[in-house]
Design a protein around this ligand. Structure first.
Ligand SMILES: O=C(O)CCC(=O)C(=O)O
Length: 598
């Protein structure tokens, strides 16, 4: 048994543990690729090629074609308002049909059922009457009740999802309609006296801002199990994009494609579009604001390297892994699914699986993944909104919502350029190599931005064709928790030590990441914060320790925590057992996909 196995094994002798696992595991599991996995432990199964199902055909993504289809049918150019009225009409009809029943099925549940139901009905009535301020207030009140219900446990039934989706729809509809009203008044300037129309404009704009502000102050929105920042803490321009992102998250939780409201995708797209067109938004996203431009300018002289290509080599000063702590690596051709199940899943042992993310298994080639132009392939894609966190280790600077194009051009490209520029050579000389093996921790010289845990594959369905569902997820993807997410960022992003209530395959499609793992039995040394939503089975836990630069005065027990570590490179898949603590730092620009399963 290698050191890494023993780190992740409990004190029990292997035979005893085998007996326990045999007793507790299901008699047989059916894997994603149809392999029948017998749980009889330790039995070596003959090697076979394990091929996953192409992601775009997986039921998890079935709803995406419906989600965006309605919008494709609307010819924006033929309407003066880009389709807002069609969206509002379709939502009004659906709400009059379904909101009453949905509200009734919330009512019986404590503590928030009645509050949520009443607010939903108020929002529906106000929406139908085009009373936009009241719609905003009621919609946010409704979302707020949903959010409080999550504090005591999971939403009791599917009506809560639908109620949340309707509340988000009402919010988007009201915001879009108010802006439309303001625009109409502006158009009328020529018809009335300039003075009157300016007054009318101010009155409408003020009412809109007041209502929206009051609504957002009530509480923020929180998708099921996803801990997001309350809307109330975002300045005005950020509320609509935040709500659009929340609506996208909610759409990922609707698996039965026939349940996707036909207006939902249109609402999300219209909200995103409206944000991108806002003047203040344009100013914020203007390229001249970004200090990274210096680096992009630098890249222009180097024609042989495309600044859009994610580095295919590790930077100097990368962590040196001690063999004793390194997570074992297994080529997929010699790791059958049953073998994986018996050796790693049953024993909660992490492993890096290599060779699975290849064209033979339904994945695009590493060269295709490296090329970031795939994210800005069209204007539509470039203009999609995404959430980002700024700042890396020791330099957190909050979050924002920007366009995918902005992330690529203003952050990822400079991060690529920095890798290949002479600053890397300088860094080689001055890097501080952490004594515990963590590598260079000096603040990153590029602006750090991270689109973490985002439903990009729902948002841009073309990307679903680039990968397959790893058979090592045993056909047990967890669709009710947003199972497949994209993590794309510059060099220097870091995800603080935490653990999730799911098994995970973290697949590295491009670039490099350092990962530190602590098994569940190390929890006593990790200073875990109390779970934010204790009653909620989707809640994750976070440690207070900055693992690569710990403060031992504050966290003395942390010195006793044993860990395993690895560097993930293109084509590596890391199995992270459920409950295993993980900390992740990117060493270059990086693109990863997580698959959560149970
Ligand atoms: O890659 C990262 O930054 C974090 C990934 C992670 O936490 C996860 O997949 O659960």
């Amino acid at each position: 048994m290698s050191e890494i196995w023993s780190l992740f094994d409990s004190e029990e002798p292997v035979e005893l543990k085998d007996a326990i696992l045999r007793k507790n595991s299901p008699a047989a599991l059916t894997c994603g690729d149809g392999v029948n996995v017998s749980s009889t432990p330790r039995k070596r199964v003959r090697t076979r090629l394990v091929t996953g199902e192409i992601a775009s055909e997986h039921p998890y993504f079935a709803s995406t074609s419906i989600l965006w289809r309605a919008h494709e049918l609307v010819d924006d150019s033929s309407t003066t308002d880009g389709g807002v009225r069609t969206f509002v009409a379709s939502l009004t009809v659906d709400a009059s049909r379904r909101a009453g029943t949905i509200a009734e099925s919330l009512r019986g549940f404590q503590p928030e059922g009645s509050t949520a139901a009443d607010a939903l009905l108020r929002a529906r009535i106000a929406f139908a009457a085009s009373d936009w301020p009241m719609t905003l207030l009621s919609a946010v009140e409704c979302m707020s009740a949903h959010s409080r219900q999550l504090d005591v446990g999971d939403w009791p039934n599917y009506s809560w999802h639908l109620s949340h989706i309707f509340a988000l729809g009402f919010y988007i509809g009201a915001r879009l309609s108010m802006s439309k009203d303001v625009a109409l008044i502006e158009q009328n300037i020529t018809k009335t006296s300039a003075f009157d129309s300016r007054l009318a404009h101010i009155a409408t704009a003020e009412a809109m801002e007041k209502a929206s502000y009051a609504a957002c102050e009530l509480v923020g929105c929180t998708a099921a199990g996803k801990l997001t920042r309350p809307c109330g803490s975002f300045p005005g321009d950020l509320r609509l994009p935040r709500v659009a992102m929340e609506a996208l998250s909610m759409a990922t939780l609707v698996h039965d494609a026939s349940m996707i409201p036909t207006w939902l995708g249109t609402g999300i797209l219209l909200a995103e579009k409206q944000c991108v067109e806002m003047k203040s938004w344009k100013a914020k996203n203007s390229a001249s604001q970004n200090p990274n431009n210096r680096l992009v300018a630098l890249s222009k002289g180097r024609k042989h390297i495309s600044p859009y290509m994610v580095p295919a080599t590790l930077p100097c000063g990368s962590p040196q892994l001690s063999p004793k702590r390194a997570v074992s690596r297994q080529p997929s051709f010699s790791l059958s699914v049953p073998d994986f199940f018996n050796r790693f899943v049953l024993r909660d042992i992490p492993v890096v699986i290599t060779g699975q993310m290849s064209p033979a298994h339904g994945w695009s080639s590493p060269e295709q993944w490296r090329d970031l132009t795939l994210l800005v392939a069209s204007k539509d894609m470039e203009d999609r909104l995404i959430p980002v966190e700024f700042g890396g280790f020791g330099d957190r600077r909050g979050g924002d919502i920007i366009t995918l194009g902005h992330l690529v051009n203003e952050y990822l490209v400079p991060s690529n350029v920095e890798h290949s520029s002479s600053s890397v050579a300088l860094e080689r000389k001055s890097s501080i190599v952490n004594s515990s093996g963590g590598g260079s921790l000096k603040p990153c010289s590029v602006s750090v931005a991270y689109m973490s845990q985002h439903a990009l594959f729902h948002q841009c369905p073309d990307l679903q064709k680039m990968f397959s569902i790893p058979p090592y997820t045993l056909g047990r993807l967890q669709p009710d928790t947003g199972a497949i997410n994209a993590w794309i960022g510059t060099k220097g992003t870091s995800t603080a030590l935490h653990r999730d209530p799911y098994m995970n395959i973290l697949a590295q499609t491009a670039g490099y990441k350092y990962v530190r793992l602590y098994s569940a039995d190390q929890t006593k040394f990790l200073y875990a914060e109390p779970a934010l939503r204790d009653g909620n089975k989707n809640s994750f836990e976070r440690s207070l320790v900055a693992v690569e630069a710990p403060d031992f005065q504050l966290f003395p027990l942390f010195a006793r925590a044993k860990y395993a570590e690895t560097v993930l490179g293109p084509g590596d898949m890391l199995f992270i057992p459920k409950g295993t603590w993980h900390h992740v730092r990117s060493l270059t620009t990086s693109f990863s996909i997580n698959f959560w399963w149970k």
